[in-house]
Design a protein around this ligand. Structure first.
Ligand SMILES: NC(=O)c1ccc[n+]([C@@H]2O[C@H](COP(=O)([O-])OP(=O)(O)OC[C@H]3O[C@@H](n4cnc5c(N)ncnc54)[C@H](OP(=O)(O)O)[C@@H]3O)[C@@H](O)[C@H]2O)c1
Length: 329
C-alpha cells in the first residue's frame, strides 16, 4: 500500500454511522472474533455489536472481573456470545499464554480487532524496559497476531483490524530511540505507537494476503472514554474538549456507538472485499493527510510507507522474538 492508494471509495457511511448500522443485514453466526479491550469504550461497543449480529466474541482482559461486569447481559441478549480470558498486552508471557489457550481450542479466527490501548501516560516501563505505549499498543498486538497466525490463516478470509488514531500525526517511528531512552514526551510516544499500529497493518497485509488474511488500520474519531484517564482536567479544558465542569464541548466528538463503527466496518464490510493495508476514517478509506496537526484528517505518508512498515516488522520481530512469517522472508 502506498499513499496514492489512500482514496475514499464512497461507502455511503459517515462520521455519525453507528456500529449497529454498519452491521445491518449482516449475519455473523458461526464467526469467531477476538476484540482486545473489548470491555471498555469503543471495544465494548464493538463486542456488543458483533455479538448482536450473531458472532462469538472472545474478549481478552487485563482485568477479567471488570470485563465480566461490563459484558454482563450481552450473552443473554443473544444471538451471539461472549467469552472472557486473561491477557496483559504489556507482558509477552501473558500474550503467549492467551494465544496458546486459544490455539489449543482448535478454532479458526475470523476477525481480530486490536482495540486495547493506553494514551499519554506518564513515563512507564514494561517488560525489558520498553516504553509502555509502544509496548502495549503495538508490540503486544504484534506478538498476539503473530502467535495467533495459524488460527487466522485457517479462517475463510480473516481480517485483522489495528485501531490507530489521528494521533499518528504527532510522530513517525523514532528509529534512533523508539523506547525514549531520553526525552520522554507522552504525546510523541502515543503518536509513535499509533503510527506503529498503521505500519503493522500495512506489512501484515502484504505478508498475509496470500493466505487470504487482510489487515486494516483506522482512526475511530474522537470519543470521551476511559482512554483519557491519564489527562489532567486542565489539559482537556485547554484542548477545548470539556468545560470546567467536565461537560463535553467539542462538536465533532462521537458517541461510543459511532466510535466503534469504523472498526466494525473494517472487520466485516463486504465493501472492503479484495482490499487491505489501508487506513480508514468515518467508515471509508481515508485520503492522504490534508494538513498538519491532529485536527487534520487523513493518513500521513510515513504511516503507510511500505519500507517503514517492513523495517518496523523486523524491529518488532527481533524485540518480541515472534514472527509467524520468519521462514517465508
Ligand atoms: N477514544 C478516542 O477518542 C480515541 C481516538 C483515537 C483512537 N482511539 C483508540 O481506540 C482504542 C480504544 O480506545 P478507547 O477509547 O476505547 O479506550 P478505553 O475505553 O480506555 O479502552 C481501552 C482498553 O484497553 C485495555 N488495555 C489497556 N492496557 C492493556 C493491556 N496492557 N493489556 C490488555 N488490555 C489493555 C483496557 O483495559 P483496562 O480497562 O483493564 O485497563 C481497556 O479495556 C485505543 O487503541 C485508542 O488509541 C481512541
Amino acid at each position: 500500500m502506498t499513499i496514492s492508494q489512500q482514496q475514499p471509495i464512497g461507502t455511503g457511511f459517515g462520521a455519525r454511522t453507528t456500529a449497529t448500522e454498519v452491521l445491518a443485514g449482516l449475519d455473523l453466526s458461526g464467526r469467531i472474533g477476538i476484540v482486545t479491550g473489548g470491555y471498555s469504550g469503543l471495544g465494548l461497543e464493538t463486542t456488543r455489536a458483533l455479538a448482536a449480529s450473531g458472532a462469538h466474541v472472545v474478549v481478552p482482559a487485563r482485568r477479567p472481573d471488570r470485563a465480566r461486569e461490563a459484558l454482563a447481559g450481552i450473552d443473554a441478549a443473544g444471538p451471539g456470545s461472549v467469552e472472557i480470558d486473561e491477557l496483559d498486552l504489556g507482558d509477552l508471557e501473558s500474550v503467549r499464554g492467551f494465544a496458546e489457550r486459544f490455539l489449543a481450542s482448535d478454532r479458526r479466527l475470523d476477525v481480530l480487532i486490536g482495540s486495547a490501548g493506553i494514551m499519554a501516560c506518564p513515563e512507564t516501563r514494561v517488560g525489558p524496559g520498553w516504553e509502555a505505549q509502544f509496548a502495549t499498543n503495538h508490540l503486544g498486538h504484534f506478538a498476539l497476531v503473530n502467535r495467533l497466525w495459524p488460527a487466522l490463516a485457517a479462517g475463510d478470509g480473516a481480517r485483522v483490524v489495528s485501531v490507530s488514531s489521528r494521533g499518528h500525526h504527532r510522530s513517525p517511528i523514532r528509529w534512533g530511540d523508539p523506547q525514549f531512552a531520553t526525552g520522554y514526551d507522552k504525546w510523541l510516544a502515543y503518536g509513535q505507537a499509533k503510527t506503529a499500529n498503521v505500519l503493522f497493518a500495512v506489512h501484515l497485509d502484504a505478508l498475509g494476503k496470500a493466505a487470504g488474511v487482510r489487515a486494516f488500520a483506522l482512526h475511530p474519531g474522537g470519543i470521551l472514554t476511559p482512554l483519557q484517564r491519564h489527562l489532567p482536567k486542565e489539559e482537556m479544558v485547554a484542548f477545548g474538549w470539556i468545560d470546567d465542569d467536565g461537560k463535553p464541548l467539542e462538536p465533532s466528538f462521537k458517541t461510543p456507538e459511532q466510535g466503534a463503527a469504523t472498526q466494525v466496518f473494517a472487520a466485516t464490510s463486504p465493501r472492503l472485499a479484495g482490499m487491505g493495508g489501508v487506513y480508514l476514517e468515518d467508515c471509508d478509506v481515508a485520503g492522504p493527510a490534508t494538513g498538519e496537526g491532529t485536527t487534520a484528517a487523513g493518513v500521513k505518508d510515513y504511516a503507510v510507507d511500505p519500507g517503514q512498515a517492513a523495517r518496523l516488522w523486523s524491529l518488532s520481530a527481533s524485540l518480541t522474538g515472534v514472527d509467524a512469517f520468519a521462514a517465508a522472508r
